[in-house]
Design a protein around this ligand. Structure first.
Ligand code: ARG
Length: 476
């Protein structure tokens, strides 16, 4: 290793007799990943510097130079004019070094009463708040599209499945709204991650606090953060909010993967319930006839990444002693990946749903098969005093008979029905009407049109409340 040059290449060069070599530099660096935190890092530094000025720790001239310098750096990064030196280990040092290069002495004073440990924890929290806010907005958009689709197709009947076998007919809108509620729970988790991130570690310094007369509340207020983390050691080592955010993304992806699996199935020739728009499909390089649901498959596939991201962070944190450990530098890749993956997936699913063609006739035709009125026939018998188990037997035999003769339950005549049970007459023929089968399910949360209409109203109210949440909560 070469001897340390005068002035040193690292902020700790005073203590070291050598400068780091290339491999160690690259292995230890997080700059390629954490450069995305530049806006949060600069916002935190500006708030910190201003507070130090107010507290009399820094002169007002220094604060002014620092703030102006940092704003200039932000502008240059955003205009693509600033390339960081790869030797800067992370975004915090890269910005500080650039600041000092630009404004001299004052830049070297910025790190007073601060450590990269409370700095990075602050940056990541601000980042999570911003991205959680953005994800809620994207999830709202998707939920709004789901509500629109459900409204537009109210009345369309499709088969409902259990075990992927036809079970009972449902409204297509009812099926769609099931995803609305899943997404609403995902939004709740995103908001919880936002809240978890909404506390300020800055002012905890390396781990124990600082000897300077700082004002953490003022920094929190300037950054739009609701509270100050009460324990300096917890402040620098807590990444729960990141785990919360990844979990919200991972479970959100699991939900989207289920919807996408249905889009894949529904767009097969066998189902034919939907036709995906060309813009959201791809062709085959060899089979000229193909139109593949690649984007739905990719959302399904990328779910594995988000789940992996959650496991990666939890395993990284497991067993770490207090307070900061360099392991924690590994928090960012899984966090960023999960947030990016989920954001893209929300956009893709919204795009597919908003543009697909729904073939309600194919759905209705499919709903006639599968003996899906069987339960209603049994219910009819039970309502006439036949014990349900017996009713089940009687209808089961009718289904078997239909299967043998290649008919549907609706094809049975009143005489045939009466032969199966004296309780089955003309009313049994009516009971088998598929639209009626749907309309009869008026229990709370059921698929009857009037219930689904209520559900739509509830869904719109929930959506409006989450739109208000967006307006009432600053993005960062
Ligand atoms: N790049 C570091 C990280 O992401 C910043 C904190 C470094 N702190 C330290 N004491 N080495 O965690």
């Amino acid at each position: 290793m070469p001897a340390a040059p005068e002035g040193g290449a690292t902020p700790w060069s005073g203590r070291f007799e050598r400068t780091p070599e290339r491999f160690q530099q690259r292995f230890g660096a997080s700059l390629p990943v954490d450069r995305r935190l530049y806006a949060e890092d600069i916002a935190g530094s500006i708030a910190h510097a201003r507070m130090l000025g107010t507290q009399g720790v820094l002169s007002h001239e220094d604060v002014e130079a620092i703030v102006r310098g940092l704003i200039g750096i932000r502008e240059d990064i955003e205009a693509g004019r600033l390339e960081f030196d790869v030797a800067s280990e992370d975004i915090h040092m890269a910005i500080e070094q650039e600041l000092t290069r630009r404004i001299g002495e004052a830049g070297k004073r910025l790190h007073t009463a601060r450590s990269r440990n409370d700095q990075v924890a602050t940056d990541v929290r601000l980042f999570v708040k911003r991205r959680a806010h953005e994800l809620v907005a994207l999830a709202n958009r998707l939920r709004s599209t789901i509500v629109d689709l459900a409204e537009a197709h109210l009345g369309a009947v499709m088969p409902g499945y259990t075990h992927l076998q036809k079970a009972q007919p449902v409204l297509f809108s009812h099926h769609l709204l099931a995803y609305f509620w899943m997404l609403s729970r995902d939004v709740r988790r995103l908001k919880a991650a936002y809240d978890a991130a909404d506390a300020l570690p800055l002012g905890s310094a390396a781990l124990a606090g600082t000897t300077f007369p700082i004002d953490r509340g003022a920094v929190a207020a300037e950054l739009g953060v609701s509270a100050v983390v009460p324990n300096s050691m917890d402040a620098v080592s807590d990444r729960d909010f990141a785990a919360d955010a990844i979990y919200a993304c991972a479970l959100g992806m699991v939900h989207l993967s289920r919807l996408c699996e249905e889009l894949v199935l529904w767009s097969t020739e066998e189902f034919g319930f939907i036709v995906l728009d060309d813009a959201w499909s791809t062709g085959s390089s060899i089979m000229p006839q193909k139109k593949n649901p690649d984007f739905a498959e990719l959302v399904r596939g990328k779910t594995g990444r988000a789940i992996g991201d959650l496991v990666a962070l939890l395993v990284t944190l497991k067993g770490l002693p207090l307070a900061y450990n360099k392991d924690m530098q590994e928090d960012k890749e899984p966090l960023f990946d999960a947030l990016d993956t989920y954001a893209d997936a929300l956009v893709a699913v919204e795009g597919m749903l908003a543009t697909m063609r729904v073939d309600t006739e194919r759905m209705a035709a499919a709903a006639l098969g599968g003996y899906m009125a069987a339960t209603d026939l049994a219910d009819l018998l039970a309502s006439k005093g036949v014990p349900f188990r017996e009713a089940h037997e009687i209808v089961g035999r009718l289904v078997l008979e239909c299967e043998r003769s290649g008919r549907r339950l609706q094809d049975l005549s009143a005489t045939e029905l009466a032969a199966a049970s004296p309780h089955l007459g003309e009313d049994a023929v009516a009971a088998l009407d598929i639209a009626e089968v749907v309309a009869r399910r008026t229990s709370e949360g059921g698929t009857a049109p009037e219930r689904v209409r209520e559900q739509l109203a509830d869904a719109s109210a929930v959506l409006a409340a989450d739109e208000r949440w967006l307006a009432e909560h600053p993005p960062a």
